[in-house]
Each structure stands twice: as C-alpha cells, then as structure tokens.
Design a protein around this ligand. Structure first.
Ligand code: GAR
Length: 211
C-alpha cells in the first residue's frame, strides 16, 4: 500500500514542486501525494498542485480565531484525506500539540537553516537567512526533521550545509539553500519515510538499509 501524503503549504511552493517532480520521476517510492492544503488563498503552490493533477484546498488561517481552532480543522482535513504522512513544505504556522500527537513521527518539516541554529518561533522564510547573514556565520544549510510540539525541535532526519558567500543577500542565500539543500533533502526524506526506513529512538533517527 502506498503511503498517502498530504502536503501543507503557505506560499510559492518550490518545495512542493520538488516533491511533485520527484514523484513524477518515480523517486517517491512507496508514497503518493494525495492532496495539498494551503493556509493562504491564491498561493502559487496551489497552481503547482493543479498542474500536477493533485487536488488542492484552502484552509485560510485568517478565518480562525486562534492556533487551536485552526489546527483542529487541519487535523480533520488530514484525517479526511486518510494521510499517513504530512509534509510541511513552506507552511508558516505552528501546529498544536493535539495535531502533532495525532500524527506522531509522521509529520516532516523542512527548515532553511542547520538546526539548532536560527530556528524556533519567529524564524521562518527569508528572516532565517537575514539572521544568519547578520550573525556572520560562514556556513548555513537546511534541515528536515520530524515535527513535535516544540517549534523546529523534533528529531533530525537529514541536514545539508551550504557555504555563505561574501556578496550574499538574504535572497541569494535563500535561493542557494533551496537549490543545494532543501529541494534534495525533502523528497529523499519523504521517500525514506514511505519505505519505512526511518526509525526514531528518542532524538535519534536511524536510517535503515534498503531491503
Ligand atoms: C523554504 O525555504 C522553507 O524551508 C521555509 O520557507 C520557504 C518556503 O518556500 N520554511 C520555513 O521557514 C518554515 N519554518 P517554498 O514555498 O518555495 O517551498
């Protein structure tokens, strides 16, 4: 049985595109993207889903008074799609403990830094790269991890480093971190999950050999 993947997005959706492309190339072995849910109306990610023939729906964050009400509706939608795996691909909202516990070790997030640097509440999108440049680090990168109730604090599945250049702007750095790290790591981690090759023990994620 293919694992049913629901992807949550909020914006441009280049990470979603990387997942759709991997699926098309037959690299998302063991999984199938069954739906894309956007927190924003008009997000370009929805266009990408439509072009790939994947159903898309909008659950607008601004229609809900708080995180809890929003998370509950999302949880209901993910259950309705019978999700086995939920992927946060540029999803800019924090999920409640209730949501996270309902899908324990079955939610992946991609973060545009080497966790535990430049992560946690308030660190998202371009801001992460602005902070890395301000701090003056010479190396940054991306992390794919399981989602727990602590923002960006769950067990790490994969990380890739990206060198910072003297003339980088937040925009050029963001683009390079995506190209060199995020777009590769996220589909790889999703495929490993779908093949049942990720074993979580405490904070450690062990990658099992292919059978
Ligand atoms: C990506 O860089 C992703 O890692 C980041 O936002 C961007 C979304 O781009 N996510 C976060 O910062 C979450 N904390 P995309 O919509 O083109 O995939």
């Amino acid at each position: 049985m293919l694992k049913r993947i629901v992807v949550l997005v909020s914006g441009g959706g280049t990470n979603l595109q990387a997942l759709l492309d991997a699926q098309k190339r037959g690299e998302l072995t063991g999984g199938e993207i069954v739906a894309v849910i956007s927190s924003k109306e008009g997000a370009y990610a929805l266009e990408r889903a439509a072009q790939a023939g994947v159903p898309g729906e909008v659950v607008p964050r601004r229609d809900y008074p708080d995180h809890r009400a929003y998370s509950l509706t999302l949880l209901e939608r993910c259950r309705a799609w019978k999700a086995d795996l939920i992927i946060l691909a540029g999803f800019m909202h924090i999920l409640t403990e209730e949501f996270v516990n309902a899908f324990e070790n079955a939610i992946l997030n991609v973060h545009p830094a080497l966790i535990p640097s430049f992560c946690g509440e308030g660190f998202y999108g371009l801001r992460v790269h602005e902070r890395a440049l301000e701090y003056g680090v010479k190396v940054t990168g991306a992390t794919v991890h399981f989602v727990t109730a602590e923002p960006d604090g769950g067990p790490i599945i994969a990380q890739k480093a990206v060198a910072i250049r003297e003339d980088d702007t937040p925009q050029t750095l963001q683009r390079r971190v995506m190209e060199e790290a995020e777009w590769k790591l996220l589909p790889q981690a999703a495929a490993l999950f779908c093949q049942g090759r990720l074993r979580v023990e405490g904070r450690q994620v062990h990658i099992l050999e292919e059978e």
